[in-house]
Design a protein around this ligand. Structure first.
Ligand SMILES: [Zn+2]
Length: 354
């Protein structure tokens, strides 16, 4: 009897071991939805939601689950449904603008298939780039996401290669202009307010009413000749990406221009504190420095918010539309709440508005 029991116990143990060897123990027990949602990313990427809920992680997550998912918002740098659907013809055909379904596909299939979910992270690239991670995680694709989130990003690991097939992808361009050149009639009416710039947020993206430009040359010039009509501080000053100042131009200048017999206004936001060199009533030309690029108002890093509109707005906020919705990629102007904003880059490059 005892021998039999031992035998049976041994057999059972062997069976258990055999079963266990086939069970894949995930290297991360974290839930896929937890990994894919990053409240800080969501907060920064969705100013309208940020205004409504502030830095409340659970409220932001609820917003994403109840609204953002279907609206096609990106929950983190790992997933952007518009990029995801744009990259894969089969998904485009299957889901179109059903972004909730696209998210579900990514969770249930895309991740395992090694598909790229956003412009910022490709699990296949991340996997291919690092042998140490392959040794650690094998084919557990979700573990690579988790690793990137917890360590890889901070370690500066590369998780993406340029996407060429994504439609209407935002471009970072660097151009050099000469704001100090003398004005004459053969020149374009509009110039870049920065001597050289990179675009960090384009016109229309998430309801963006201007263009965000960044440069090592921080002097900000009038974009065209005109009259200064307003300067001041909107929002609570510096470093106002916190909930204390959910919106604000920071230090700003508004200049009135007559362009093609029409009155339009150029606006410059987030200027450095106390850098404004002009006051209302001053006549300016393209060679007039009006201030210095800064990080005041609702801004998460030094840049210039440059906008052109048909309404003065007296310095009230002109950064983003409340609804946070993209304008169409090709749009050169957008009218909301009775105010028309023009694409400043189109003005600089083409010399026209709209
Ligand atoms: Zn901006």
């Amino acid at each position: 009897m005892k021998k039999n029991l031992l035998k049976r116990t041994l057999a059972l143990a062997l069976t258990l071991m055999a079963v266990l060897s086939f069970v894949t123990i995930p290297s991360s027990a974290a839930d896929v939805h937890d990994i894919l949602f990053d409240w800080q990313y969501y907060y920064v990427a969705n100013p309208d939601v940020a205004r409504a809920f502030g830095r409340n992680p659970s409220a932001l997550r609820n917003h994403y689950n109840n609204h953002g998912k279907a609206e096609g918002r990106a929950p983190s740098e790992f997933f952007d449904p518009k990029v995801y659907v744009g990259l894969y013809p089969d998904l485009r055909a299957a889901f179109g603008t059903n972004y909730k379904a696209a998210y579900n596909h990514f969770v249930s299939c895309g991740i395992n298939e090694g598909r790229q979910g956003s412009a910022k992270f490709s699990v296949s690239v991340y996997k291919a780039n690092y042998a140490d991670l392959r040794r650690a995680f094998g084919n557990d694709n979700l573990a690579y996401f988790n690793h990137y989130k917890q360590y890889g990003k901070n370690e500066g690991r590369s998780a993406v290669k340029p996407i060429t097939s994504a439609p209407a992808k935002q471009q970072t361009v660097t151009v050099t202009v000469k704001p100090n050149a003398s004005s004459n009639s053969s020149e374009s009416f509009w110039q870049s307010p920065l001597k050289s710039y990179k675009i960090t947020q384009s016109f229309g993206k998430s309801g963006h009413l201007g263009v965000d430009m960044k440069s090592d040359n921080t002097a900000v010039y009038a974009a065209a000749s005109g009259t200064v009509v307003a300067t001041g501080l909107n929002g609570t000053g510096t470093n106002a990406s916190s909930t204390k100042s959910p919106k604000g131009n920071g230090y700003y200048v508004v200049i009135k221009h007559t362009f093609n017999n029409k009155t339009v206004y150029s606006m410059y936001g987030h200027l450095a504190a106390n850098s404004i060199k002009v006051k209302a009533g001053d006549e300016v030309t393209k060679t007039t420095q009006i201030g210095t690029m800064g990080n005041t108002g609702r801004s998460t890093g030094p840049h210039l918010h440059f906008a052109i509109a048909d309404t003065k707005k007296n310095g009230s906020y002109y950064g983003y539309m409340e609804d946070g919705k993209d304008f169409t990629a090709a749009s050169r102007k957008e009218t909301r709440s009775g105010v028309t904003f023009y694409n400043p880059i189109a003005a600089i490059n083409n010399g026209t508005l709209g």
